[in-house]
Design a protein around this ligand. Structure first.
Ligand code: CDT
Length: 308
């Protein structure tokens, strides 16, 4: 058995006006709760340090102040220190600005000493570049970030093979399979998902929770890995985000689920050896994959139906 007690640290809303010190204090409180329960790894949401600012136009919010120029930095160092003191590995998302001024939607993974062992930059950026008056709310991720340039790496950490993705990435089977092909045993991810589709009002909370869970449970099952998916939830300055954080086992079953849209810790004992059966049988990729038929996956983006 290779058991990691995993904490999914769902966060309630972060208003535009809430500063980093306040957010980091909330994260530390969740970390302390996780320590009391014996967690070895705690996963926080996408863009965990700020409001989900891609909903705002530049003049509606102080967009540049939402980026981090280094990680850790003065504001987040207390979180790293507390994680190290507890001996807990952590993962969280933030808006990264590089020394060259490039901007990415990023997440990091540490070991239990607080050392960063992995960095991931979101590949599948949803939304749009320009303000769209047809939508009920904006989703300007394609304006504020460029697509990640690090691929989908995995890392040996705390006795397991771990990978990361971020929010919209969870909806894409390619995300999971690229990590699956590297033997991933645990995928950690955070999300900020509006509770209603901005272009189809009848796609509300129930359907959105279903699609999220469908994506995560199928990704975990089809790659025989654990998954921890953690929301930033609740009402951010009048904009509702769904909760529904879950921990999923390698058979695709939900083993822990958040009940609220606030700061809430979900916990599960995850035995990494539970991945072995699926990886050695129905999803033994070496025996069963037929790559001679998969060329389109990397050769084209859009669908090309046959002509009439
Ligand atoms: N943050 C993020 O990626 N949210 C998307 C919303 C998609 S609607 C533009 C998601 O996949 O949940």
């Amino acid at each position: 058995m290779r058991v990691i007690k995993i904490g999914g640290a769902q966060m309630g809303p972060i208003q535009k006006a809430e500063d980093r010190a306040s957010v980091v204090a909330r994260m530390i409180a969740l970390l302390d709760r996780a320590a009391e329960q014996g967690c070895g790894l705690v996963v926080f949401p996408e863009l965990a340090l700020t409001t989900f600012f891609p909903r705002w136009k530049e003049h509606e919010a102080d967009i540049p102040s939402f980026y981090e120029d280094a990680m850790p930095n003065a504001a987040t160092q207390p979180l790293f220190d507390r994680a190290k003191a507890h001996g807990i590995a952590i993962s969280f998302g933030y808006a990264e600005r590089t020394p060259e001024g490039r901007r990415f939607n990023t997440s990091i993974l540490t070991d239990r000493t607080g050392a960063i062992v992995g960095k991931y930059r979101k590949v599948h950026l949803p939304g749009h570049v320009e303000y769209d008056p047809e939508r009920t709310h904006q989703h300007l991720e394609k304006r504020y970030f460029e697509p990640g340039d690090l691929g989908f790496p995995v890392w040996r950490n705390e006795g397991a093979v771990m990978g990361m993705c971020i929010c919209n990435d969870r909806r894409w089977p390619e995300t999971w399979r690229v990590m699956g092909l590297q033997g991933v045993e645990l995928v950690v991810l955070g999300y900020n998902t509006p509770s209603v589709n901005s272009q189809m009002g009848d796609e509300g909370l129930e359907k959105r929770l279903y699609h999220s869970e469908l994506s995560i449970t199928s990704g975990a099952y089809q790659n025989a890995c654990w998954a921890v998916a953690v929301a930033k939830a609740g009402d951010e300055d009048g904009h509702p985000l769904m909760g529904g954080s879950i921990i999923v086992d390698p058979n695709g079953f939900v083993v822990a689920r958040a009940q609220t849209e606030g700061d809430e810790l979900i916990v599960a004992d995850a035995d990494m050896d539970a991945c072995n059966f699926g990886k050695e049988t129905i999803f033994d990729f070496a025996r069963h994959r037929r790559i001679e038929h998969y060329g389109r996956i990397t050769a084209q983006t859009g669908a090309t139906p046959p002509q009439d």
